[in-house]
Ligand binder design. Structure first.
Ligand code: PGA
Length: 300
C-alpha cells in the first residue's frame, strides 16, 4: 500500500550541488521546483511529484451526534457507497459514546477513529479512555494534537505521550499540526509546524513512525469558512514531508499520508484534494452530513 521509497529533493539539496543529476523518481518540494526552473534544470516527468501514500478522508464529529444519530449517518453513508468508487478510505471519529454503535452500523464502509486518547495504558485515571478501550470499541485510528485540544491546554510533552500510548495500544495516530493566524502573520508557520512534528515524533522507531498520519490544519482555517490557497497548502504539505524526511528518511516522507484540514467542504474538496502531495482531508463541520461527506469522498 505505502509508496515506494522516493528521494525527496529540497531547495537546500539543489543549492549544495547545483547541476547534479536528480535521483530517479525524485520528489521535489515546491521551493526546489522553483529553484530548479530558475537554474534551467528539467523537472522530473509528469506524475512523479505525488507520493503514493494511502489516501484518507477523515470525519471529525467533535462533540456532535448521539449513538442513534451515528447509526442514521452510517445507514446513509452505506447507501451512498453503493456504486461509488471512492479513491480514499473514509475514517469517522465520533464521540466516545457512539464508537461502538457506529462500528457495528458502518458494516465496514468506513474505518473508525477516536478524537482523543489517554497518555496512560490503564489504571486509576478517572475519566480517561485508553488505547485498549478504543481498539476494543473497533477503532483503528485516533486524532492526536487537534488544535481544539491544544487550546484546552494539551502541550507538546503530553501529546508526545499520547501518540506513544496510541501506538503501543495498536492504534494509528493522526497527528494534527498547524499554525495560528498570528504565527502566519509573523511568517513563522513553517517553523511552528516543523517544531510540532519534531516534538511529537522525534525518537520514534521507524516501524512506529510508519504508522503515523499527519494532518496539516492551519488553526485560523478551522471552522472559519476560509482556507489557504492551493499553493499555500502545497508549500505546507511539503514542509511536513521535509520534516518527516528529517525524522525518518525520504521513504517515510513519501509513504506517510499527509492530509489537509480546515474548512474542507463539498464545494472546495476537489481543489484541495488535487493539491500535489495531498493524501486526503480532515473534515469537521461538513462531515456531520453523510451526503456532504460522501460528496467529499467522491471528489478525489
Ligand atoms: P472544519 O474542522 O472542517 O469544521 O473546519 C476541521 C477540524 O477541526 O478538524
Amino acid at each position: 500500500m505505502s509508496g515506494a521509497a522516493r528521494p525527496l529533493v529540497t531547495a537546500e539539496d539543489l543549492l549544495r550541488s547545483p547541476g547534479a543529476p536528480l535521483p530517479e523518481g525524485a520528489l521535489l518540494t515546491p521551493l526546489a521546483r522553483d529553484l530548479l526552473r530558475r537554474q534551467g534544470g528539467r523537472e522530473p516527468g509528469p506524475g512523479t511529484s505525488a507520493p503514493r501514500a494511502a489516501r484518507l478522508v477523515v470525519a471529525n464529529w467533535k462533540s456532535f451526534k448521539t449513538a442513534p444519530e451515528a447509526r442514521a449517518f452510517a445507514a446513509e453513508l452505506r447507501e451512498a457507497a453503493r456504486g461509488a468508487a471512492w479513491a480514499a478510505t473514509p475514517v469517522i471519529c465520533p464521540p466516545f459514546t457512539a464508537l461502538h454503535a457506529l462500528h457495528e452500523a458502518l458494516g465496514g464502509v468506513a474505518e473508525l477513529g477516536a478524537q482523543d486518547v489517554s497518555a496512560e495504558d490503564e489504571g486509576a485515571w478517572t475519566g480517561e479512555v485508553a488505547a485498549r478501550h478504543l481498539t476494543d470499541a473497533g477503532c483503528r485510528w485516533v486524532l492526536v494534537g487537534h488544535s481544539e485540544r491544544r487550546a484546552m491546554g494539551e502541550d507538546e510533552p503530553l501529546l508526545a505521550r499520547k501518540l506513544r500510548a496510541a501506538l503501543r495500544g495498536g492504534l494509528r495516530p493522526i497527528l494534527c499540526v498547524g499554525e495560528t493566524s498570528q504565527e502566519r502573520q509573523a511568517r513563522r508557520e513553517q517553523a511552528v509546524v516543523r517544531e510540532q512534528l519534531r516534538a511529537a515524533l522525534s525518537g520514534l522507531e521507524p516501524e512506529r513512525l510508519r504508522r503515523v498520519a499527519v494532518a496539516y490544519e492551519p488553526r485560523w482555517a478551522i471552522g472559519a469558512g476560509v482556507t489557504p490557497s492551493a499553493g499555500e497548502v502545497e508549500v505546507m504539505l511539503a514542509v511536513v514531508r521535509e520534516g518527516l524526511a528529517g525524522l525518518g528518511g525520504p521513504a517515510l516522507a513519501a509513504g506517510t499520508s499527509v492530509l489537509y484540514g480546515g474548512s474542507v467542504g463539498a464545494e472546495n474538496a476537489g481543489e484541495l484534494l488535487r493539491v500535489p502531495g495531498c493524501a486526503g482531508a480532515l473534515v469537521g463541520g461538513a462531515s456531520l452530513s453523510a451526503a456532504k461527506f460522501a460528496r467529499i469522498l467522491g471528489s478525489g
